[in-house]
Design a protein around this ligand. Structure first.
Ligand code: NAD
Length: 477
């Protein structure tokens, strides 16, 4: 694998497919606006071939002994580690985030594959207690061919989260990665193929997203939908999946509250939260966004956060001196600009940033808005950009109500040195993940997912593997 942006292809039934006379889509470097490559888009025939290949390969792969499936995952993890620098550089070129972040993603993907290799070997059933001579047992079986849709914001880890457990559980999968970040997904697919994954178990297709999802989800061959992306698109796909009653794992939007109590270790909180907020230019579903700060420390916290955010340098994610890269597509700076203008018109105070940066790249300044009115659009619409919002609060009850007020329920954070407060707030927050005195959430062994309109099911952890299994109860007299 060389260090040039790779040729982009589809993968169907073990065959790497060039554009030929297919439609193509230009992949853009968001730091410069330059075209990196042309991506072939799957035709309807390609998608039908992918469905047929997945159907056939599933019948064989499901019967492959677990140690062989595990060996493919550990082999792929080894390839990812060996190729990590090249994979990470290409991911930064197409997605924009810092090289340190894409490199970390390669290590997370490899760790996840290793973890799921272990899970393959531990997919036990259970025996139910019955009178002698009778037997009831519960078996776990792979759910069937999967349709996976992965977004661009974790160009390496999002595909790995869908491919690892599907392959490990004995499913076949058609993955449509984001058209913005195809090389990263193809590199993960290549690692699996080079580790011995048989033809047809994995297909990679790109296309016009709605055409691909409509065709794949209409097919009874597909038994599971695994989607990561916005809540609006997630609802649309759930409707498409309903006709054939597919299983679903939906990882949707968030609008994470952060609660800073007046006994928090402010310096540590600011340090962690500024890094978490500006990671991937804020394009993270668990990004800390609504900061509720208790009266006693409000002014000090807002000043410190603003001062730290203003110090970040912007530029190419490949430049090691840069603190934050561009947003991935030109839609984000425009959308964030509109939301910031609306908040300021509603009475929010601009502490730092607030502007998109002229030029060929898609940059928006790290931005802090204070005293944001609850009625401002940005308090309910996910900014998905480098913007933090603050409000002051007095009591625990009041802040719990505000934190839980949105239809989202993905991640929430609280900072306090008081263990009783930490327990109370963790129990009261209506979310799938809580960080107490930390902003780190994703790990191979921990379930990652939301409640309410942030989705259903989990990725990662044992739960992320079980999501690709169905149960069968066998009763024998
Ligand atoms: P978008 O809603 O257009 O797309 C989000 C993702 O869904 C993309 O990967 C896209 O390719 C895919 N998609 C869109 N329509 C689809 C369809 N009909 N069928 C299948 N896939 C489809 O938004 P965007 O402008 O690319 O990204 C911004 C928004 O996306 C944000 O506001 C955020 O809510 C959401 N998002 C969420 C996550 C997450 O981790 N939950 C990741 C990326 C984007």
């Amino acid at each position: 694998m060389s260090d040039v942006y790779p040729k982009l292809r589809l993968l169907i039934d073990g065959e790497w497919i060039d554009a030929g006379d297919r439609r193509t889509h230009a992949v853009i470097d968001p730091a410069t606006g330059q075209t990196l490559g042309e991506l072939p888009l799957a035709s309807a025939d390609d998608l039908d071939r992918a469905l047929a290949a997945s159907d056939q390969a599933f019948r064989r792969w499901r019967k492959t002994p677990a140690p062989e499936r595990a060996a493919v995952l550990t082999g792929a993890a080894r390839h990812i580690r060996a190729r990590a620098e090249v994979i990470a550089r290409n991911a930064t070129r197409e997605e924009g985030k810092l090289y340190a972040e894409t490199f970390a993603e390669t290590q997370m993907a490899a760790a996840l594959f290793d973890f799921y290799a272990g899970e393959c070997l531990r997919t036990y059933g259970r025996v139910l207690v019955r009178p002698a001579g009778q037997l009831s047992r519960v078996m776990y079986e792979p759910v069937g061919p999967v349709a996976g849709f992965a977004p661009w914001n974790f160009p390496i880890y999002n595909p790995a989260r869908k491919l690892g457990p599907a392959v490990g559980a004995g499913c076949s999968i058609i993955l449509k990665p984001a058209e913005e970040s195809p090389a990263s997904a193809l590199a993960i697919a290549e690692a699996l193929i080079d580790a011995g994954l048989p033809p047809g178990v994995l297909q990679i297709v790109f296309g016009v997203p709605d055409e691909v999802s409509t065709r794949l989800l209409a097919s009874p061959i597909i038994r599971k939908l695994s989607f990561t992306g916005s809540t609006a698109v997630g609802k649309h796909l759930l409707r498409l999946a309903a006709d054939t009653v597919k299983r679903t794992t939906m990882e949707l939007g968030g609008h994470a509250p952060v609660i800073i109590f007046d006994d928090a270790d402010l310096d540590r909180a600011v340090e962690m939260l500024v890094a978490a907020k500006l990671r991937n230019a804020g394009q993270v579903c668990v990004s800390p966004t609504r900061f509720f700060v208790q009266d006693g420390v409000h002014d000090r916290f807002v000043a410190a956060l603003g001062e730290r955010m203003a110090r970040f340098t912007l530029g190419s994610g490949l430049d090691p001196t840069v603190g934050m890269g561009p947003t991935t597509n030109p839609r984000r700076p425009a959308a964030v600009e509109t939301l910031v203008a609306d908040a300021r018109a509603a009475g929010a105070r601009l502490v730092t940033g607030g502007e998109r940066i002229d030029g060929d790249g898609f940059f928006f300044q790290p931005t802090l808005l204070a005293d944001v009115p609850l009625g401002a659009r940005i308090m309910t619409e996910e900014p998905f950009g480098p913007v933090a919002l603050t409000r002051r609060f007095a009591t625990l009850d009041e802040v719990v109500e505000q934190a839980n007020a949105l239809p989202y329920g993905l991640a929430a954070y609280a900072f306090t040195e008081n263990a009783r407060r930490a327990n109370l707030i963790a129990a009261a927050l209506e979310v799938g993940m809580v960080g107490i005195n930390t902003a780190a959430m994703a790990a191979a062994d921990a379930p990652f997912g939301g409640v309410k309109e942030s989705g259903n099911g989990s990725e990662d952890g044992i739960e992320g593997f079980q999501a690709f299994l169905v149960t069968k109860a066998i009763h024998q007299l």
